[in-house]
Design a protein around this ligand. Sequence first.
Ligand code: ADP
Ligand code: MG
Length: 618
Amino acid sequence: MAKIAINIATGSLQQPEMVVGIDLGTTNSLVAIIHPDTKQPVVLKEHDGNALVPSILHFAEGGNVLVGDEAKKHLIDAPQQTVFSVKRLMGKSYNDIRDYSSFFTYKVIDDQTESLVKIQVGDRFYSPVELSSLILKELKTRAEHILKTPVTKAVITVPAYFNDAQRQATRDAGKLAGLDVLRIVNEPTAASLAYGLGLKKDEVKTIAVYDLGGGTFDISILRINGGIFEVLSTNGDTYLGGDDFDRAIANEWAKNIGISQEEMQSNRSIAQQLRLTAEAAKIHLSTHDHFMAEIAGEKVTLSRADFEELAKPFVDRTMTCCANAMKDAGLHIDAIEEVVLVGGSTRVPLVKTSVQKFFNRVPHDAVNPDEVVALGAAVQADILAGNNKDFLLLDITPLSLGIETMGGLMDVLVPRNSKIPSKVARQYTTQKDGQSSMKIAVFQGERDLVKDNRKLAEFNLTGIPGMPAGLPKVEISFLINADGILLVKAKEIRSGVEQTVEVKPQYGLTDEEVEKMLMDSVTHAKEDMAIRALVEARTEARQILDTTSGFLQKNGSILTVEEKTATDAAMTSLQNLMENGNKDEIHTAIEKLNEISRPYAERLMDHAISTAMKGKKI
Ligand code: ADP
Ligand code: MG
């Protein structure tokens, strides 16, 4: 008999925790889940049947914040209190957006610096993270209302070109909204997943994702290989989208009915009407041939052909971006096996046919283009919730990868959350004179000491030609290929000797284990830092002791008796503290030894220079 859990506090049936997928868009945002009965992704809709929440905030008098359609109503009548396109500001400084400052009708603070932008509404200041969190909070509340269950875990999508700062800002916004963000997923990856692309283990495919939204255009070329999404190239225009179509229509009508640009600026209600009617016309013309309405007592009309003429220059620009993306990916059109349409503006027939012509292939358009990203995020969320055990979707490394350096410290080469595939190389050197081999131990984890991390592999680079310590240049490179397999290569640059091992880093770790390792790194962060400082002090002490004894062996004769005694004493003291002292004591002892040796080291230097000068004949 199946057991049913009942929440004692509320008396309601306890459901397994739901992880939702969220498309946090520039124009619209929405939430999707995997339906518990059908196991199919579905978007969450309000009673009015609308899933899309305009990504717009209106700060009303009295401190009330409206989100979505209610806020959109104030876009033109209260531009200073109504914030749109927050996504464009995520992780940006004022300098980043300076060229577009006229685009924002609300107040973006120009602080002339590289620090992150702030938005001023009334006498309050908001960061883009806070503003995004208000949208996410609204989505969370709506989802809880529709699902009648708490929603605390989510997957949120971002454009493929988002950098670390922008991804982190999105994550922070989620946290601020009370969401545990299990993963940040690329929008084109999510869209592909919604079409089931990339869900088969042995599938290898190259696909193009064409995303034309309200204000932005993105083209991404992806290679899917066994559940791993590799971004081959991205291109686009962050100020090109359906809004441009609306603007073009509104301007055309304004011209026809004799409304000047100045009047459009001063008469906000007319401007508002023109823009909203223009958008309605555009949407109507996606399925009809003719549109007609009345604005300020004047008849306005638009045919599909007229509209296409207005839209063509913008559509052509997207095609140029597509060509550039193909060039950057180093691919010919024939290499593209699937094309996916994303974004509300791909409903425009001209857009669809242009994409089809360019890629010479019928694009996927069966899923609603403005819902497809959220639906794919739900697919990913379900996999992360553990409901779909067959897949291990990896487009980032869940834990850091690095090697052991002196004193058992972890030196991270590939930080966690790095994109796959990824390649990093760093140079190391030997500790001892004449050292002919080097042990390379590869670890995975977030702790500062390798003993607390997971060892993945160990090998020896042998045959390093005899050289003084510090002279050999050993380059260690980590290459994680699209299969998630790590290749570690060690190469001594001067002699060319090299060695390679193959490691499978991610496999064998469950999500819980990964989570635990991350948690441990947080709880132990303080003690780890202390240990790292001590180990580094000890390493420095060992090096200076070695250098000093080497120096004494070679140049001992230039020291006075007093200098010799003082040096010996300082060395013994440092040796003792290196074994038993704390990091500050070690540093003080190092400083002392340095002070004693500086005068004779300088003397030797002068001597060397004057000898060199003597030898020179002019
Ligand atoms: P974003 O990804 O930027 O948040 P969406 O994917 O939701 O945006 O796309 C919004 C844009 O799609 C708007 O410009 C809207 O007018 C446009 N759009 C929505 N439906 C249609 C339609 N049927 N025909 C043409 N454009 C549409
Ligand atoms: Mg979008």
